[in-house]
Design a protein around this ligand. Structure first.
Ligand code: ADP
Ligand code: ADP
Ligand code: MG
Length: 500
């Protein structure tokens, strides 16, 4: 097993990986940008090293610097987390060439799945269904228009190199096709340095359902069932759950097998996710494979009783998987909400600033994977996700109630967050009956506004007294005490009672 690992990421996922390492008795080295000198992940790791300015291109995306720090500090492996360099084959190669272990799939597998058009071709060969569409690197706009008529409208224009919901356009009429292709190309060139786009039939009333897989270096490939991620804004997930309230056991099994076949087709090793879009007849079609750990991995951990980061590290160290397909089942129901510093009442505009105070909910079956706690900053430089709130309960109805309660308990002061928006989704009758599709947010919550919060005088007075008490505690009962004990709580109430 490794003795020391470099954590090539920040925020909640860096914190998550550091904990997994420490549980395994592995030392951790964090890296940070100038904007993150006091961030949570630098405080949790055994060591932390500055790698450059705030701009990711000059810090977290500088593979050369990461490898240099890993070598200088005696690390044997690098965990990339998600985002940043997690799906960059050149980085995986650079790590390998430096004699270090990349905790993720082989560069070749990342490369094959990294371009969606190529991944689609591999899936066809592996017998995995794909969404009907058209791809070509030489086609003219007229060719695209002709093929679009064959596919039928509405359809989607998607970036071949895409990710994070970028470079995606829905087109409802032929007149809009050219404009959509051109703007998707521009966005794709800017975001992924690759203007290639392709067409896909738009699956109306579709659900995003993905399958977690794990593969070791000894030929074992297993799946850990599905996650339904249909609650999205701008094609990006905000709430995920497992099991899917929609799938039948038969289709769940078929999707698991298809995901395993997809992984085998590219000699996959380590954790990965095969994403599908599922139509209202329960036909499923391959969307893409994410060759990394995913944001929403905790819900799978909750229902299967596994630790995916622990498994990733063991697999990277060459160990065979320590559980088999037959050992796994889905027990209970898990839901995750992504808590963002953003304004759902204003186009989900990111919010930045200091977090004055957080109080995280706690209790049986409640897990908070936070990247930001009291006193930390949310900056413009990175993803504005504050934390992931995850619950596990016996069944879906209980999980929804538990999530609603946990959201209500979660206190984040100082920034606009989406906490109330998440509660409104969780309580929405369409979500509650399990009928939400990927356009749920557009259909039902596009006009969302924050509720009027007119706090009564009683609440404000209670809050003011609470603050006064806190300040006195901070002063350590300096001016006197109860029976000489300066830490006695009675000392303070005494003073209040005496009107001091
Ligand atoms: P998941 O599939 O794990 O839910 P997301 O799509 O939410 O992942 O992306 C996780 C993080 O990685 C986000 O911060 C997102 O912006 C970023 N990301 C994902 N793919 C890419 C990409 N190809 N280029 C840049 N950032 C990406
Ligand atoms: P990204 O790489 O940005 O994650 P995906 O291909 O995974 O891109 O698509 C992102 C989201 O867009 C999906 O989760 C789904 O909601 C929607 N989507 C993608 N393709 C289709 C499709 N063919 N029909 C309907 N919705 C789709
Ligand atoms: Mg995706």
């Amino acid at each position: 097993m490794f003795k020391k690992i470099l954590i090539a990421n920040r925020g909640e996922i860096a914190a998550r990986m550091i904990r997994a390492c420490h549980e395994l008795g592995i030392e951790t080295v964090a890296v940070f940008s100038e904007a993150d000198s006091d961030a949570l992940h630098t405080r949790l790791a055994d060591e932390a090293h500055l790698i450059g300015p705030a701009t990711p291109g000059e810090s977290y995306l500088r593979g050369d610097k990461l490898v240099e720090v890993a070598q200088r500090t005696g690390c044997e492996a690098i965990h990339p987390g998600y985002g940043f360099l997690s799906e960059a084959p050149a980085f995986a190669r650079m790590v390998r060439d430096a004699g270090l272990v990349f905790i993720g799939p082989p560069a070749e597998a990342i490369e094959k799945m990294g371009v969606k058009t190529e991944a689609r071709a591999i899936m066809v060969a592996a017998g995995v269904p794909i969404v009907p569409g058209f791809q070509s690197s030489t086609a003219t706009l007229d060719d695209f228009a002709r093929e679009a008529d064959n596919i039928g409208y509405p359809l989607m224009v998607k970036a071949a190199g895409g990710g994070g919901g970028k470079g995606i356009r829905i087109v409802h009429q032929p007149e809009r096709l050219t404009e959509a292709i051109e703007s998707a190309r521009r966005e794709a060139l800017h975001a992924f340095n690759d203007p290639m786009i392709f067409l896909e039939k738009y699956i109306a009333d579709g659900r995003h359902i993905e399958v977690q897989i794990l593969a070791d270096m000894h030929g074992n490939v297993i799946h850990l069932f599905e996650r339904e991620c249909s609650i999205q804004r701008r094609h990006q997930k905000i709430i995920e759950e497992t099991p899917s309230p929609f799938l039948s056991d038969d289709v769940r099994l078929q999707m698991g097998e298809a995901a395993v076949n997809a992984a085998r087709a590219v000699n996959y090793v380590n954790a990965g996710t095969v994403e599908f879009i599922v139509d209202n007849q329960m036909n499923f079609y391959f969307l893409e494979m994410n060759t990394r750990l995913q944001v929403e991995h905790p819900i799978t951990e909750m229902v299967t009783g596994t630790d995916l980061v622990n498994a990733q590290i063991r697999v990277a160290a060459g160990q065979p998987l320590h559980f088999s397909q037959d050992d796994l089942c889905q027990r209970g129901h898990a839901i995750e909400c992504r808590v963002y510093a953003e304004d759902p009442g204003n186009h989900f505009l990111p919010a930045t600033g200091p977090v004055l105070r957080t109080v995280e909910p706690a209790g049986p079956g409640i897990r908070v994977d936070a990247g930001v706690v009291s006193g930390d900053q949310v900056t413009i430089h990175y993803d504005p996700m504050i934390a992931k709130l995850i619950v596990l309960a016996d069944n879906r109805a209980d999980a929804i109630r538990k999530m609603d309660w946990a959201l209500a308990q979660y206190v984040i002061l100082g920034l606009t967050t989406n906490l109330q928006f998440l509660r409104d989704v969780i309580q929405h009758p369409v979500f509650v009956v399990g009928e939400a599709t990927t356009h749920f947010v557009d259909d039902y919550l596009s006009e969302w506004e924050p509720p009027e919060t007119s706090l009564s005088d009683h609440v404000l007075i209670a809050a003011a007294i609470g603050e006064m008490l806190k300040q006195q505690i901070a002063m350590g009962g300096r001016n006197g005490g109860c029976n000489g004990d300066q830490y006695s709580p009675w000392a303070r109430t005494d003073r209040f009672r005496m009107g001091q």
